[in-house]
Design a protein around this ligand. Structure first.
Ligand code: AMP
Length: 551
C-alpha cells in the first residue's frame, strides 16, 4: 500500500525558492574578485539566477547539458549554480588548482557547453581554449568594465550575458533523480573520475549536513564557507545556508589569514568551514597580531585530519568549537562528524581531545563499516582496522561515463552494494571512526596491516625530525616492512637508533620500522599531503637490512 502524501520532488531549485519566499532580504556578502565587498540578498540572487536560466536557454542549453564554472565562492557563482541546476542543466564545478592540461581533459570529458570563469583564471582559459572541443561560450563572471584583455574566443561579460532577460523562469518540474552537479575527483591515480550528483542526493545531503549535531545552522547564523564550491559542493554550504536562511559570506579569491580574519570579524561570522591549512594561516595571523575571534562559535574542519595544535588553539585559546568532519567528493561530501556525545562531555579534557581528533560518527544518511580484504566485517573496538566502506542516498553508485566500473551495470561498488572509500579506519564502541591510512599506503606485513600514519605521527615527535613518512618496502619473508623516511630539522642529524629508541613502547613491536633513512626534503603533492607515490618510486629498489638477513 502506498502512502497518500503529496508528490514533492526533492530538487534543489526549491531551496532558493524557499530562501526567496522566507528570507528574501537576508544578506549575501562577497569579497568580489574585482576587489570591493559587495552586498546582495537571497531575493536578488533568486531573480538573477532565473535570468541565468533564461540566458542559458537562449544559448540553446537543454536539460542534461553540462555548464561549467571555474570560479571562487562569490554571489555570481551562486547565481550561475542555481540558474543552471534550476533549469535541469548539470553544473560542473571545475577545480582551478589542477594543471591546465587536466582542466582541459576534464572539460572535454564532461562535454561542457558554457564555461563561466572568474577573471583570475583568464590566463588558464587562454591557454586551454584551443584544446576545448565543446565549449561554445565563455562567460567572464564580471561586468564589461572588468573584462580581461586577451584572446579567449566568444567570451562575454556575465552582466551582459544576463542583461535584459526576464527575472522569472520555469524551474524544476523534473524527476528528483535528475543529474544536478558534476565534480571530478583529483585523479592522483589515473584520470580524474566524474561524480554526478542528483537533485535528490544534494538536497538530502544538505538536510543531513544541517542537523543540529552536524553544522546546526539557522537563520541567526552568519556562515563563511572558505571551502570552495569547486571542492565537493563547498561541503553542502551553498545549499545549507539558503535553506535555513543564514547570512552567507563569500570569500572570493582571498583565502589568506588576514583576509579571512577581516571577513570573520566585520561580518560577524558565527560558523565557518575549511581544510586545516586555511586554519593554520588564520591562527598564525591571530597570534602575530594578538587578535581575538569575537563572534565565531563553530568551525568545521575536514579534508585532512585536524592537527592537534589547531584543535587546542581554536577551543582552548579562542573559545571556538571545532567540528571535525570526514568525507569525500563521492559522498557529496560529508560522511562523519566529530560532535561529542554525553559520554565524551563527561570525560576529562585529554580524553575529549583524543575523541575530537578522531574523524567522527556517521551522519544520518550514511551507513559505514570496516572490512578486511576478504570482505569480512571487523569489530568496532577502536583497535581493529579495515577498509572503510559506505552506503547512502548521497554516495556515488557509478562514475560519469562508467569510469572505474566494477560490474556490468557500470557501478563502482563492492558486491554488497557498499562504496569503498579507499580509507582504512578503526571504529570505536561509541561509533567514532578514525582514519589510520589510505588503503594504498597501508603496509601489509605477514598478512597483517600496519598504519603508516600512526608511525609518522609518533616519529615527528622525535628530536630533530621536521617531517616523517613511512612506506612499505618489499621483504622476502613478510611481503612488506615499514621504512621510515625522515626530513631532519635544519642543522639536526637524528640517527636511526635515536629515532627507533624514541618509538620503542609507543607502537607495537612488529610495527617498528625495519630501517630509517634521512632525506633532504620529503616530497609533497599538489594538496600539501606527503607524496607517497614519489617516495615509493624513489625507494623501489631499496633493500632493507632485515631483507638481506632473511634471504
Ligand atoms: P576529496 O574527495 O578530495 O575530498 O578527498 C577525500 C579524502 O580526503 C578522503 O577519502 C580521506 O582520505 C581524506 N580526508 C577527508 N577528510 C579527512 C579527515 N577529516 N581526516 C583525514 N582524512 C580526510
Amino acid at each position: 500500500m502506498l502512502g497518500l502524501m503529496q508528490d514533492w520532488q526533492l530538487t534543489v531549485d526549491k531551496i532558493l525558492d524557499h530562501a526567496n519566499a522566507s528570507f528574501p532580504r537576508r544578506e549575501v556578502v562577497t569579497r568580489s574578485v574585482e576587489g570591493p565587498i559587495s552586498r546582495t540578498t537571497y531575493g536578488n540572487i533568486y531573480r538573477r539566477a532565473k535570468q541565468v536560466s533564461n540566458a542559458l536557454r537562449e544559448r540553446g542549453i537543454k536539460p542534461g547539458d553540462r555548464v561549467a564554472t571555474l570560479a571562487w565562492n562569490t554571489e555570481r557563482h551562486l547565481e550561475a549554480w542555481y540558474g543552471a541546476m534550476g533549469m535541469g542543466a548539470v553544473l560542473h564545478t571545475v577545480n582551478p588548482r589542477l594543471f591546465p592540461d587536466q582542466i582541459a581533459w576534464i572539460i572535454n570529458h564532461a562535454e561542457d557547453k558554457i564555461l563561466f570563469f572568474d577573471t583570475t583564471f583568464a590566463p588558464i582559459i587562454e591557454k586551454i581554449a584551443p584544446q576545448l572541443k565543446t565549449v561554445t561560450t565563455y562567460v567572464a563572471l564580471t561586468d564589461r568594465d572588468h573584462l580581461p584583455k586577451g584572446t579567449v574566443p566568444h567570451f562575454v561579460a556575465y552582466e551582459d550575458f544576463i542583461h535584459g532577460h526576464a527575472q522569472d523562469a520555469q524551474w524544476g518540474g523534473f524527476d528528483e533523480n535528475t543529474a544536478c552537479g558534476l565534480c571530478y575527483t583529483s585523479g592522483t591515480t589515473g584520470d580524474p573520475k566524474g561524480v554526478l550528483y542528483s537533485h535528490r542526493s544534494n538536497l538530502l545531503q544538505a538536510m543531513a549536513a544541517n542537523q543540529s549535531d552536524v553544522f546546526g545552522c539557522g537563520a541567526n547564523d552568519t556562515v563563511l564557507p572558505v571551502v570552495p564550491m569547486f571542492h565537493a559542493n563547498a561541503w553542502a554550504i551553498a545549499f545549507v545556508a539558503p535553506m535555513c536562511g543564514a547570512k552567507l559570506v563569500m570569500p572570493g579569491a582571498k583565502l589568506d589569514g588576514p583576509s579571512v580574519y577581516e571577513l570573520l570579524e566585520t561580518e560577524k561570522v558565527t560558523f565557518t568551514a575549511a581544510v586545516p591549512t586555511v586554519w593554520l594561516m588564520l591562527l598564525n595571523h591571530l597570534r602575530e597580531t594578538n587578535s581575538k575571534l569575537t563572534t565565531l562559535k563553530r568551525v568545521a574542519i575536514g579534508g585532512s585530519a585536524v592537527p592537534e595544535a589547531v584543535l587546542r588553539a581554536f577551543e582552548d585559546d579562542y573559545g571556538v568549537e571545532v567540528i571535525h568532519a570526514w568525507g569525500m567528493t563521492e559522498m557529496s561530501p560529508i560522511g562523519t562528524i566529530g560532535k561529542m556525545l554525553p559520554e565524551s562531555y563527561a570525560a576529562d579534557r585529554e580524553t575529549q581531545i583524543k575523541t575530537k581528533l578522531k574523524q567522527g560518527r556517521a551522519m544520518f544518511t550514511v551507513e559505514m563499516k570496516i572490512i578486511d580484504d576478504a570482505g569480512v566485517e571487523k569489530p568496532h573496538d577502536g583497535k581493529a582496522f579495515g577498509r572503510l566502506v559506505v552506503k547512502g542516498p548521497s554516495v556515488a553508485r557509478a562514475y560519469f561515463k562508467n569510469a572505474g566500473a566494477r560490474n556490468e551495470k557500470g557501478e563502482c561498488l563492492e558486491a554488497d552494494g557498499y562504496f569503498d572509500t579507499g580509507d582504512v579506519a578503526t571504529i570505536d564502541p561509541l561509533g567514532y571512526m578514525q582514519i589510520t591510512d589510505r588503503a594504498k599506503d597501508v603496509i601489509k606485513s605477514g598478512g597483517e596491516w600496519i598504519s603508516s600514519i600512526d608511525i609518522e605521527n609518533f616519529a615527528v615527535g622525535a628530536e630533530g625530525v621536521a617531517c616523517a613518512a613511512v612506506i612499505g618496502v618489499a621483504h622476502p619473508k613478510w611481503d612488506e616492512r615499514p621504512l621510515l623516511i625522515i626530513e631532519p630539522k635544519p642543522g639536526a642529524q637524528p640517527t636511526r637508533d635515536q629515532v627507533l629508541k624514541y618509538l620503542d613502547g609507543k607502537i607495537a613491536k612488529w610495527w617498528m620500522p625495519d630501517d630509517v633513512v634521512l632525506v633532504e626534503k620529503i616530497p609533497l603533492g599538489a594538496t600539501g599531503k606527503i607524496n607517497k607515490l614519489a617516495l615509493r618510486e624513489q625507494f623501489k629498489d631499496y633493500t632493507l637490512p632485515s631483507a638481506q638477513a632473511a634471504e
